[in-house]
Ligand binder design. Structure first.
Ligand SMILES: *Cc1c(COP(=O)(O)O)cnc(C)c1O
Length: 238
């Protein structure tokens, strides 16, 4: 890693943090907003730099294979490791003992597998329910009409703790368009997670990526997942 690369990562993280402070709405969420680094295709050396030298406290991988390939190098870093990508049931067994939070649970079937593997590993796995805020077909996430039913069924699993929600908004041409999807997700989040009178623990609303994190924090996100705005454009070829 060159000095320029280090400088760029540090500078980018600083800028994202400044923007988060500038755009956030404390009337919706007043706690600490987690800047999670989305680290797909990013070399462990760069991830370590972001964590050790720039104070990043959470990183997220979104392919199981890639997570496993990097695992030995990233597991000792002083940060939380999350899984943020879409997840197939047959790969769940690799994750339950390794990750702090799975952001992308969108079916009872997937949750049942997480519950089963968590029992085997003797852990309780924290998950977020992924909401399909754009009602897009062919995309992951629970649809609005199914949300309550799915929430209730998944919450009943013994070895799963549902800690909040995540959404991937549709790609919008104008940044302001994101706010519609994020506001609607925030509303649902409040209905299901903020009003739980016995819930004094921190609940999580994970939304916003490089293109949309400013809109997301404006609408009450507690976690933003930022990749290319920190590490530069991804090169999937190498
Ligand atoms: C890649 C990815 C991100 C980050 O995307 P960027 O546009 O690079 O910031 C966030 N969330 C998920 C689920 C991702 O796969």
């Amino acid at each position: 890693m060159t000095d320029e690369e280090k400088f760029a990562i540090r500078d980018n993280i600083e800028r994202v943090r400044e923007n988060i402070e500038k755009y956030r709405d404390r009337s919706l969420y007043d706690g600490e907003i987690t800047l999670l680094c989305a680290t797909k295709t990013v070399e462990p050396e760069k991830i370590a730099y972001a964590v050790n030298e720039c104070g990043i406290k959470a990183i997220g991988e979104n392919h199981v294979q890639e997570l496993l390939a990097k695992y030995e190098q990233i597991k000792t870093l002083p940060c939380e490791l999350h899984f943020i990508g879409s997840l197939q049931t047959n790969k769940v067994k690799y994750l339950t003992s390794k990750v702090k939070l799975i952001h992308s649970v969108d079916s009872v079937r997937l949750a049942a597998q997480i519950d089963k593997c968590s029992k085997k590993d003797g852990v309780i796995t924290e998950v977020l329910l992924e909401y399909n805020s754009g009602s897009e077909e062919n995309k992951g996430g629970i649809l609005y009409d199914k949300f309550r039913e799915t929430y209730e069924e998944i919450s009943a699993f013994e070895n799963i703790k549902v800690s909040g929600m995540m959404t991937m908004a549709p790609v919008c041409e104008k940044k302001s368009e994101y706010e519609k999807y994020f506001s609607q997700t925030y509303q649902l989040f409040v209905d299901f997670f903020k009003n739980m009178s016995d819930n004094r623990e921190k609940t999580v609303l994970s939304m916003g990526m490089s293109d949309s994190y400013m809109q997301a924090v404006k609408c009450g996100a507690t976690v933003v997942r930022v990749g290319s705005a920190i590490f530069g454009k991804r090169n999937y070829l190498n």
